[in-house]
Design a protein around this ligand. Structure first.
Ligand SMILES: Cc1cc2nc3c(=O)[nH]c(=O)nc-3n(C[C@H](O)[C@H](O)[C@H](O)COP(=O)(O)OP(=O)(O)OC[C@H]3O[C@@H](n4cnc5c(N)ncnc54)[C@H](O)[C@@H]3O)c2cc1C
Length: 415
């Protein structure tokens, strides 16, 4: 009896979206020969990077080693960078000179954080978007005696081939999180009195991706802690003692921490797979607009706004369900309903859970500052790490969302 020939499915990127796609496919059944390609042999848990920077967590504690995960899930792992994709020949060319062919491709390489696009960043700026930068900031904080702290997000640019919310700051959560965590640390060290916080955003509104009922409580918490917000500020340059903006204004600074511009990985444009800014245009089943065997999930997808792990996971679920459907293995494609769901660590026992679908015309919008939110944050991060990138069970997430929706309705009827 001849063995069934399995279709070849390649996932580029072993981050939030890539791991979720692998786990979802393996949850379902063994219908594909799966290969995961990542330039690193680990997956970086970005939501825990502020803890590396501020609380001295070890970088090894915020990494998931990819080769054992792949062995356990019967997937091949190739550690290499994708250089180019030839969609007509269905081939992926790697920087090792090797090339791989596919029947289905899921693109999940995330976004490039373009530190070098900011003049002065390498000399005077700090960030937290990878563990190298988080460690650099940690070392700087160990020597910091208090002073003027400026935090903010540089402007990113997106195309218009798909209809997605227009955000110039695709992920401002880590800036708020870092400000609160630093405030907590400086208080503990007795340096808060000698320090000030100025927060800038390129958008007209800080945290524009959530609705007002989520944004206002966070703004209030910031105000109570003496943090000042400057909106409509497009970062031009970081100097030794100041931050300069495109409108000619400056903010004096002893410590400047930024989220750099997000850029799509270059191989997307090189392969003719990007929109006018290089992001991957897909329909709401995460299928490429021009290449039906290519799917994209996570930060690289032009639809993904804001660029959040929660949305990356949702898109991976959709891409997998669409591939299963295309193979006649599933009845339904998961509908696209992006939401903001994240928990902002505030240091100590504090955290604020933010849940909002207001940006997408929804009705739920909540910021929940509580001890339980801190417990949820710690629980989620630990679960993600120790289960090697698994999310909590679906039913648990559904029930949590139901409770949050109920809670958000109650809060709005109180007003
Ligand atoms: C500091 C920080 C804190 C955050 N906190 C939160 C949070 O609390 N909650 C939340 O929901 N979201 C958070 N986010 C956003 C979240 O981390 C991202 O949205 C998420 O990681 C996107 O997942 P992804 O799979 O698209 O990309 P990633 O997780 O970035 O994974 C992409 C993978 O692709 C690989 N890759 C890239 N290019 C290539 C190539 N050419 N060849 C081979 N491999 C390649 C990379 O090595 C990487 O492993 C945070 C982001 C940052 C920066």
């Amino acid at each position: 009896m001849s063995e069934k020939v399995l279709k070849k499915l390649i996932i580029v990127g072993g981050g939030f979206a890539g791991l979720r796609a692998l786990y979802r496919l393996r949850d379902y059944d063994y219908h594909f020969e799966i290969t995961v390609i990542d330039r690193n042999d680990y997956s970086q848990e970005k939501p825990a990077l502020p803890e590396v920077a501020v609380e001295g967590k070890e970088p090894a504690e915020v990494r998931i080693e990819l080769p054992p995960v792949m062995r356990r899930h019967d997937a091949a792992f190739v550690q290499a960078a994708v250089e180019r994709i030839d969609p007509e020949a269905r081939k992926i060319h790697l920087d090792t000179g090797e090339s791989l062919s596919y029947d289905y491709l899921i693109l999940a390489p995330g976004a490039v954080k373009d530190y070098d696009a900011i003049p002065g960043f390498r000399e005077y700026g700090y960030s937290i978007c990878d563990d190298e930068q988080a460690l650099r900031l940690h070392e700087r904080l160990e020597r910091f005696e208090g002073g003027r702290i400026v935090l903010g997000t540089a402007r990113s640019q997106f195309g218009h081939r798909v209809k997605a919310p227009e955000l110039s700051a695709p992920c401002e959560g880590p800036i708020g999180e870092l400000a609160f965590m630093l405030d907590h640390r400086l208080k503990k060290e007795g340096k808060r009195e000698k320090s000030s916080f100025e927060i800038f955003s390129p958008s007209k509104i800080f945290f524009e991706d959530v609705g007002e009922r989520a944004r206002e409580p966070v703004a209030k918490l910031m105000e109570e802690r003496g943090m000042k917000i400057h909106t409509g500020k497009i970062l031009a340059e970081i100097g030794e003692r100041e931050v300069r903006f495109e409108d000619g204004t400056t903010l004096p600074s002893d410590l400047t921490i930024v989220i750099p511009p997000y850029r799509a990985p270059e191989f997307i444009a090189r392969s003719g797979l990007g929109d006018e800014k290089g992001w991957v245009p897909t329909d709401e089943t995460m299928r490429h607009l021009d290449h039906p065997e290519i799917y994209a999930a996570g930060d690289v997808n032009a639809l993904a706004q804001p660029k959040l792990g929660h949305i990356a996971i949702h898109q991976a679920d959709i891409a997998v369900s669409a591939i299963l459907r295309a193979e006649g293995l599933a009845e339904e494609i998961v509908p696209y309903h992006p939401e903001v769901f994240c928990i902002m660590n505030m240091g100590g026992a504090e955290a604020t859970l933010i849940f909002s679908d207001a940006l997408y015309g929804g009705e739920h919008d909540l910021a929940w500052h509580s001890l339980l939110a801190k417990l949820m944050k710690t629980g989620f991060d630990e679960e993600y790490h120790y289960t090697h990138g698994h999310m909590p069970p679906d039913r648990m997430v559904e029930v949590t969302e139901e409770i949050l929706k109920h809670f958000s309705k109650e809060k709005s009827s109180e007003k």
